[in-house]
Design a protein around this ligand. Structure first.
Ligand SMILES: Cc1ncc(COP(=O)(O)O)c(C=O)c1O
Length: 369
């Protein structure tokens, strides 16, 4: 893997308003554009480029632009995704068409096929919870329909198949290393041969010392973090599908500290720890009558969490409440797009029963059920 390059460059283009504001400030302080210098954190590995943004959704936005998708082009997206994935699509004027999934979160291939139209240019696939999905079949599908493959590995950074990293199989890939290391920021874009487009600099997020400290503590003591959150915020609103809705974020690159942590991390050790926690949660869940989403974890996976189905919504809520009392992190995923919530169909039905057990920690040795 190449060395991380953090380059200072002048003159980022972040919209008319920023430009005007900047020129006023430049003349007021008598300094040039270096005041607003930006960074980019980029690795080159053969044909491959990896660039760290603040969020995976920003990486997705740049990835789609690098594929030269145009407003009005359509992209096929699974119907079970978080709302934030749709933000960059909207910002770029892309149409998205949803395709349904099975209980193992694999596409219903016939339905996927039916959704291809002359405007369709790409398919987005997700390696849910870090479990690699059927890349070969997606690739064949894309070839057959002349589509570009967008590989979303936001839940499985550093997962691999036969030594090749997940995220690097699509025409474009994204991942979200911050989800594994509790860094303030960090979403990665993987490009296969293309240049990052637009090649403007994207400004850094600056991270306050308090936030840095908070993240450092949560990296060191993951269980403690959960207990503190419950103590400060009280009972999380488990039953509200809109509770964790996020607004749009600015296009920014990762902060330099996070980018450095990603490069210095021993990812194979992280993967081994997460796999061990996954298996421990599997044993725990099965012994409590929950049904794992996957019958076996792929040996190269770096699982963000262990997913399982509860019998119904009341049972799922019971486990969320249990986690707050016992210093574990059990949550519902995702914050679905509003249209999915309102239609109250198969996606909401899945949302009510699907539980995610964070692999940041293993099940507590003793717990009150
Ligand atoms: C499947 C999937 N893709 C992309 C994202 C976006 O990641 P980020 O929050 O780093 O923008 C998420 C966020 O949770 C996600 O679940």
């Amino acid at each position: 893997m190449g060395r991380l390059r953090g380059r200072r460059r002048a003159g980022c283009r972040t919209g008319e308003m920023h430009r005007d504001l900047r020129s006023v400030i430049y003349s007021a302080v008598g300094r040039g554009p270096e005041l607003f210098a930006a960074h980019r954190f980029e690795l080159q590995h053969g044909r491959e480029t990896i660039r760290y943004f603040a969020h995976a959704r920003t990486a997705l936005k740049h990835g789609l632009q690098s594929l030269r998708l145009e407003p009005g082009d359509a992209i096929l997206v699974p119907d079970y995704v978080c709302d934030v994935i749709l933000h960059p699509l909207g910002e770029l004027g892309l149409e998205h068409r949803d395709y349904p999934l099975t209980d193992e979160l694999a596409p219903d291939w016939n339905e996927l096929e039916r959704r291809v139209t002359p405007a369709t240019r790409a398919v987005l696939m997700v390696h849910y919870f870090g479990q690699p999905h059927d890349l070969a079949r997606f690739r064949d599908f894309c070839e057959e329909h002349d589509l570009r493959l967008v590989e979303d590995n936001a839940h499985g950074h550093a997962g691999e198949i036969d030594g090749r990293p997940l995220g690097s199989f699509g025409d474009v890939g994204i991942s979200s290393p911050r989800k594994f290391l509790n860094t303030p920021y960090g979403g990665a874009l993987w490009l296969d041969g293309q240049e990052v487009y637009p090649d403007d600099d994207v400004r850094l997020y600056s991270v306050s010392p308090v936030r840095q400290l908070q993240r450092r503590i949560s990296r060191r003591f993951p269980g403690l973090n959960q207990r503190l959150k419950t103590w400060v915020r009280g009972r999380p609103p488990y039953e509200d599908p809109r509770a964790y809705r996020e607004g749009p974020v600015e296009d920014r690159c990762a902060d330099s500290n996070s980018a450095k942590i990603f490069e210095e991390t021993d990812w194979s050790a992280v993967r081994a720890r997460r796999q061990q926690a996954y298996e421990a949660w599997r044993g725990f869940a099965e012994s409590h009558g929950l049904a794992p989403v996957y019958h076996a974890l792929h040996p190269g996976a770096n699982p963000w969490c262990f997913p399982a189905y509860a019998a119904d919504s009341a049972e799922a809520e019971k486990w969320c409440a249990w986690s707050s009392r016992n210093g574990a992190t059990v949550f519902r995923w995702p914050a679905l797009p509003e249209e999915r919530i309102v239609e109250n169909g198969a996606c909401m039905e899945r949302w009510r029963r699907l539980l995610c057990f964070s692999t940041e920690t293993e099940p507590p040795r003793e717990s009150s059920i």
